[in-house]
Write a protein that binds this ligand. Structure first.
Ligand code: MSP
Length: 517
């Protein structure tokens, strides 16, 4: 069906890839999900209505074989794996709006409806195809793409030769539309390096791709061809629209689609930036606004994965550093879009320097002084502002403006600018020396200084909330503010001077206690 616009798009829609639940999640999977959650929370902070989708990709030959090896039926296998993947979302405080499994009837029905459109338009035809196939990738390769003519370029393992009677999608027909899309909307694929990669791939000539499998029956059956299931990638890509009512609820669909940002790892950019838009164009559905490919997490120089010894479980890290540091670390340490290296040492360093010292100690120090000098009550900002306040205001402006980098998914940039303010408040305390003002009985200046510090901490709590929701909420509680943190909106809530005098602060426990040895 064509999209019937019974409504108008009014929702920011962000997606993660749907993960293969063959195995348990590792920090590479969690990386995409956390980034999507930060983006979702950031958009909500800006007042946008947000729909955030994630889920699992439960079909395909690889999954079928894993289940077989374990001696269980595929459905029982995926049912058994499901909790590992939903627990991860709870562990990392992920606020997804929905979770899709490709074995759900809502998905399967909509896949059939979509593919029927391609079939009716003559974009699917039958032919026999034989070629090198990597079951882990669920993809055919050409001999030229293989390492030494025999290994999968991604998994570096031997490929198989697969010959099947398949249904093919006329991908080649859509090359001109794709090139036009890339030309007209240079941001369709980001970062730019990925756009170049995708463009050269399409310019190199597109071949039709196989859209069905008949060697096994674990997938969505083709309505018109018994014995065939859709190729897992066709099935999987469609999750982004089947979950929001494609073919079932046109009104809802129109409110959410097209997606604003579809986050993927760079290894699956071709599926998302070539096949996916071609499928959508073929079916007369709008393409997403942006497909954004991030880099790989490396451990000891190798791609972190389950097939080598680098697999690190997110729970291990959360146990040691807490969920806030977990979310902060990867986005602050690695430029989103580039590869980056995880190490325990760098994570400890970030925890101790950025979180425990710069932020945790600052909050503790300020609240202790408000406690001992003003009985825990935030004073009126009397006294004349001077150079120190001007310097702090400049750092504040850097942070507030800098956070807009999150719109471009430049999380590291945004956090660096936010830490200019964290550092700025530390510098401000050193410059104003409230303990000396107290000793000298300079009450008006001390009032201004303490009120300014508390106000800046309030702004920091607001700005840091998409990344470190728990720490932000804990800080907010300590500040004793009248309105809920969840009601704060950027940029209004990030303006200076928004802390009412007379609120009662409570120092409480340290935000980021020293790490155990
Ligand atoms: N099921 C497909 C996606 C279908 S989306 C319609 C798939 N699943 S996956 O579980 O293998 O990978 C999911 C995502 O995890 C990919 O975006 C991949 O890039 C990401 N990562 C897996 N290992 C990773 C790292 N070591 N580092 C960063 N991301 C990694 O592909």
């Amino acid at each position: 069906m064509d999209t019937d616009t019974g409504g108008q798009k009014d929702t920011f829609y962000v997606t993660t890839p749907i993960y293969y639940p063959n195995d348990v999640p590792h920090i590479g999977h969690a990386y995409t999900t956390v980034a999507a959650d930060v983006l979702a929370r950031w958009q909500r902070l800006k007042g946008r209505r947000v729909h955030f989708l994630t889920g699992v990709d439960e079909h395909g030959q690889k999954l079928f074989r894993t289940a077989e090896e374990q001696g269980v039926a595929p459905q029982a296998f995926v049912d058994g794996m499901l909790p590992r993947w939903t627990e991860l979302l709870e562990l990392l405080h992920v606020t997804n709006s929905d979770f899709i499994r490709t074995t759900e009837p809502r998905h399967q029905q909509a896949v059939r409806a979509f593919m029927q459109v391609l079939y009716d338009r003559g974009d699917l035809y039958t032919a026999t195809y034989a070629g090198p196939y990597c079951v882990r990738c669920e993809a055919y390769y050409t001999v030229e793409e293989l390492i030494d003519g025999e290994l999968c370029p991604i998994h570096r393992r031997p490929v198989e030769r697969l010959e099947q009677e398949n249904w093919f999608f006329r991908l080649s027909k859509y090359a001109p539309d794709l090139l036009k899309l890339y030309d007209e909307r240079p941001d369709f694929v980001a970062p730019a390096v990925r756009m170049n990669e995708v463009r050269s791939f399409v310019e190199g000539g597109l071949e039709d791709i196989s859209a069905s499998r008949s060697a096994f029956d674990w997938g969505v059956p083709l309505p018109w061809a018994p014995g065939h299931v859709f190729y897992v990638w066709f099935d999987a890509l469609l999750n982004y629209i089947t979950a929001i009512g494609y073919g079932a609820d046109p009104g809802r669909f129109a409110h959410i689609w097209p997606a604003d940002v579809q986050l993927v790892g760079k290894d699956i950019i071709r599926f998302h930036a070539v096949y996916w838009p071609a499928m959508l164009i073929a079916a007369g559905v709008e393409v997403p606004r942006q497909v954004y490919a991030h880099g790989f997490l490396l451990v000891g120089g190798e791609k972190m994965g389950k097939s080598n010894a680098t697999g690190i479980r997110p729970a291990e890290l959360v146990e040691r550093f807490g969920v806030d540091c977990y979310r902060y670390y990867f986005l602050r340490e690695i430029s989103f879009g580039h590869d980056g290296t995880f190490s325990w040492e760098s994570m400890e360093q970030r925890y101790t320097t950025d979180l425990a010292n710069d932020l945790g100690n600052l909050a503790n120090r300020v609240l202790t002084m408000v406690g001992s000098y003003r009985g825990g009550v935030v004073p009126e900002a009397t006294g004349e502002p001077g150079d120190a306040e001007a310097a702090l205001a400049a750092d504040h402006a850097t942070a507030v403006e800098g956070m807009r980098a999150f719109d471009r998914l430049e999380f590291k940039r945004g956090l660096e600018d936010l830490w200019t303010l964290v550092g700025g408040v530390n510098r401000y305390v050193e410059a104003r020396k409230p303990w000396a003002l107290h000793r000298a009985g300079a009450d008006a200046d001390l009032d201004r200084c303490l009120a300014t510090c508390v106000d800046a901490l309030r702004v920091i709590a607001v700005l840091v909330s998409p990344v470190m929701p728990d720490a932000a909420a804990a800080l907010w509680d300590k500040l004793g503010l009248p309105e809920a943190l969840a009601e704060q909106r950027y940029p209004a809530a990030a303006a200076l001077g928004g802390t009412p005098a007379g609120t009662r602060v409570d120092r409480g426990a340290l935000l980021f206690p020293r790490l155990e040895e």
